[in-house]
Design a protein around this ligand. Structure first.
Ligand code: BGP
Length: 489
């Protein structure tokens, strides 16, 4: 009998009991075990960046001010039948005029970072050529005010508001000309703001706007193109990203950091076995091969090209080089589990399991609840592409958010969602997954694309009649997380 054999079940029970009290075994493991139960506070790494996020068309309004050109979302939202509640972003949160007050809301949360986007048609009303001298003035004011209030700006260059002029002239993202002029726009912005902004996201959620805008016709510009053209659109967007990275390196202040913000196709192991985890890794690589993969690997996977067949995008080696210009970080927008993956004996070695109808979702039907998604997505991305700096560039939920007779908004479902997702994010950081920061979508209710004002994602409630902002209960929740850099008590 070995010495280990002498340990009886009782001994084990005793050790387990001691560690549950935090007295025995390995102290940090005991804390981790308790944390997993939702009991003990679980800290995020020192210097973890806490922020909130918004985008230009969703909040700015002022669509006809200071020389702004039209975007594809102006045209789309004004087309009858496209937006659920027949609204537009014409006024939205009137943030163009109320940005000072809105930055005060961020400060009141205690968040030290803010991710906003720049409207390309404010800067180049025709998409290219002559810049609008007043175009970047607003962002100068915004950035200066953020810095004055102690908040670090993170700028996004493209959050879907393509200049309509480019759509009309060259077919928008259908043409590589749009990628080229996006590079020029990136250079122009970088030269102006990188003395004060050191982190820039190029493109937000290509995965969404390419498929929904150009394939399914649901988002602007509302096209239903055949697969070959959709694949070409996605390739052009990836090229735009690469050209922007190079332009920022050339025109920006040395040390400016740049990366993409993508709604990675989220693959979650159906349950945690080594086989399912390996299957989820392979699925993550293949299902993201058309955008994130080509950016991070410099090539389309064989699986992607085989699956696309004659519809595969046309590209050159030179383009692949540009697309995969090294970046400094990778932004992942994480809301819901998209695919539960299991290992399979059949090629390609993994399968997607069907969702039961009873799978729970939040107030937005597409927003299935799967807190573990925010653990697996960065972990798998780090493993598959070896990325070193990950930001959760968006995470959050809609909620019905009715104002209670006492004037308050008790968004307990949002708090439930955030509490569970942040637990899983903490688990990722504690295990060494290199997540450096988190941007909660969104700072305030806003124009939620095809849902208009019908879906509320904000930490702050907005009364769109009066433009009054009111903190929801989740502001108190998030403020506490940020202040303690931890989740749980
Ligand atoms: C992300 C977008 C955000 C935001 C959020 C909510 O995809 O980057 O801009 O809108 O989703 O989505 P939706 O309004 O479609 O419900």
């Amino acid at each position: 009998m070995t010495v280990f054999g002498k340990f009886s079940r009782r001994h084990f029970g005793k050790l387990a009991g001691l560690s549950a009290l935090g007295l025995g075994a390995h102290p940090s493991r005991a804390a981790a075990a308790a944390a997993a139960d939702g009991a003990a506070p679980a800290s995020f790494p020192k210097d973890f960046v806490w922020g909130t996020a918004t985008s230009s068309y969703q909040i700015e309004g002022a669509v006809n001010e200071d020389g702004r050109g039209r975007s594809i979302w102006d045209v789309f939202s004004h087309t009858p039948g496209k937006i659920e509640d027949n609204t537009t972003g014409d006024v939205a949160n009137d943030h163009y005029h109320r940005y000072r007050e809105d930055i005060g809301l961020i400060r009141d949360i205690g968040a030290k970072a803010y991710r906003f986007s720049i409207a390309w048609p404010r800067v180049f009303p025709d998409g290219a050529g002559k810049s609008n001298p007043k175009g970047l003035d607003f962002y100068d004011r915004l950035i200066d005010e953020l810095l004055r209030q102690g908040i670090v700006p993170y700028a996004t260059l493209y959050h879907w508001d393509l200049p309509q002029a480019l759509e009309d002239r060259v077919g928008g993202w259908r043409s590589s000309e749009t990628a080229k002029v996006f590079g020029d726009y990136a250079a122009h912005v970088a030269a102006r703001i990188t003395d004060r902004v050191s982190s820039i996201f190029t493109i937000n959620e290509a995965g969404r706007f390419v498929t929904f805008g150009y394939g399914l016709g649901v988002d602007a510009p509302g096209l239903k193109l055949p697969d070959a053209e959709v694949n070409q659109v996605r390739h052009n967007v990836a090229l735009a990203h690469g050209l922007a990275v190079q332009a920022i390196r050339a025109q920006g202040r040395p040390g400016t950091r740049v990366g993409v913000a993508e709604n990675i196709a989220t693959c979650v192991p159906a349950f945690d076995t080594p086989e399912n985890v390996r299957a989820a890794e392979t699925a993550t690589r293949e299902l993201n091969a058309g955008f994130l993969g080509v950016i991070l690997e410099g090539k389309y996977t064989e699986g992607f090209l085989r699956y696309a067949g004659k519809d595969a995008p046309k590209f050159t080696d030179q383009e692949l080089k540009i697309i995969s210009t090294p970046t400094d970080f990778t932004g992942l927008n994480i809301y819901a589990p998209q695919f539960y993956i299991a290992a399979s004996d059949q090629p390609p070695g993994w399968s997607m399991l069907p969702f039961p109808n009873s799978f729970p979702h939040m107030n937005s039907e597409w927003l299935r609840v799967g807190p573990e998604t925010i653990y697996w997505a960065p972990r798998l991305a780090a493993k598959v592409w070896n990325v070193e700096n990950i930001y959760i560039s968006e995470n959050g939920t809609s909620s019905e958010d009715k104002v209670h007779p006492d004037g308050k908004i008790y968004d307990l479902d949002r708090i439930m969602y955030l509490r569970n997702y942040l637990r899983q994010l903490q688990r990722a950081t504690a295990e060494g997954v290199p997540v450096r920061g988190y941007f909660l979508w969104s700072l305030m209710d806003n124009f939620e694309w095809i849902f208009g004002y019908g879906k509320r994602f904000g930490l702050y409630h907005v009364d769109f009649e009066t433009q009054r902002r009111t903190a929801k209960l989740s502001v108190a929740f998030y403020r506490d997380v940020v202040a303690r850099n931890a989740i749980g008590v």
